[in-house]
Write a protein that binds this ligand. Structure first.
Ligand code: F6P
Length: 342
């Protein structure tokens, strides 16, 4: 019998609890393994803060948002001698290996820990859907549902007032949430980081919608830039990984549209609503399947690898192949949607 530690790191996302439950159920029943949960991401791994995880602790949690383990963006290399401290703490707690559930930052840190001799595997997550190694990440589907509902709601109030409504969604430097939610809600313009658009072009789309007697709906990704911007808009400083905190471009864009077209325009920044609450059925199923695949991966000695979804199959990919590679919206896919803007 072996004992493993599970951690969730980086931004939370719907479906994390389904993975935790899947690992513990499959690992206990199929392999007779024991599990602990590290609290608050890599911080728990470094300081040895754990909770016991068994069938009864994970009962019914797959439908709950967030993560029962807590999370943080605290990197394991923030502490001097991080890997040595972790090894000591694992020995002390009798933990034989680590399962890190997280996004690109978490996977990059896991890769480094693996190279420093810590047995660790990864499960990818992010609402942004921007990890190259996997077709979809759990959390994305729920975020798109929430953003679509928000856009639908904004359209009814926009129609009543004949206003242009701007909805800003998350996604960092990838436009997946904006593209999917914008297409689902029939937005008249979708603005993504992968494709700068000029204010003139955006206003031309908005004006043509108004000229047809409709209320324009614009969905903008937080990482969108105008052609003359070198970097995405950020006024909130840096996160723990030193990356700019994004958000706010919607509030820059709305007054510009109003000023240039004379059409009354309002902005809504959806923010963390996209990450909270109940996961969709799709994300619960994907999270559960990834969880079920973890004990087998460990059993096969798959340290240094992460799981990924390819088509409908759960596959294994070495960290070294996956870490640091962003999956952006292909421009031909954006072009498909762009043809009918305005
Ligand atoms: O990566 C997920 C995400 O929600 C991004 O879409 C967003 O830019 C970022 O996390 C926000 O991070 P934080 O929780 O650190 O504010």
């Amino acid at each position: 019998m072996a004992r493993y530690g599970i951690l969730t790191a980086g931004g939370d996302c719907p479906g994390l609890n389904a993975v935790i439950r899947g690992i513990v159920l499959d690992g206990q029943t199929e392999h007779g393994d024991e599990y602990v949960g590290y609290l608050d991401g890599y911080k728990g791994l470094v300081y040895g803060n754990v909770m016991e995880l068994d069938r009864s602790t994970v009962r019914g949690i797959s439908k709950e948002g967030g993560t029962v383990l807590g999370t943080s963006r605290h990197g394991p290399y923030k502490e001097p001698n991080g890997p040595d401290t972790i090894k000591k703490s694992m020995r002390h707690l009798g933990v034989d290996g680590v399962i890190a559930i997280g996004g690109d930052g978490t996977m990059a840190a896991a890769n480094r820990l693996y190279e420093d001799g810590i047995p660790i595997i990864g499960v990818p997550k992010t609402i942004d859907n921007d990890l190259e190694a996997t077709d979809y990440t759990f959390g994305f589907n729920t975020a798109v549902e929430i953003a679509t509902e928000a856009a639908d709601r904004l359209r009814t109030t926009g129609n009543s007032h004949k206003r242009c409504m701007v909805l800003e969604v998350m996604g960092r430097h990838a436009g997946w949430i904006a593209l999917y939610a914008g297409m689902a809600a029939g937005a008249h313009a979708i603005l993504i980081p992968e494709q700068p658009e000029s204010l003139e072009q955006i206003c031309a789309w908005v004006q043509s919608v108004t000229d047809r007697g409709r209320a324009p709906m614009v969905v903008v990704a937080e990482g969108f830039t105008f052609p003359d911007m070198d970097e995405a808009y950020s006024d909130k400083g840096l996160d723990e990984f030193g990356r700019p905190r994004l958000g706010g471009i919607g509030e820059i864009l709305a007054p510009l549209i109003q000023e240039k077209t004379g059409i009354e325009t309002r902005a809504t920044v959806l923010g963390y609503i996209q990450r909270g609450g109940v996961p969709s059925a799709f994300d619960r199923v994907l999270g559960t399947r990834l969880g079920f695949a973890v004990p087998d991966l460990i059993n096969d000695g798959g340290w240094g690898q992460m799981l990924a979804l390819r088509g409908n199959d759960i596959v294994r990919v070495p960290f070294s192949e996956a870490a640091g590679k962003t999956k952006n919206v292909p421009l031909d896919m954006y072009e498909e949607a762009r043809r009918v803007f305005g």
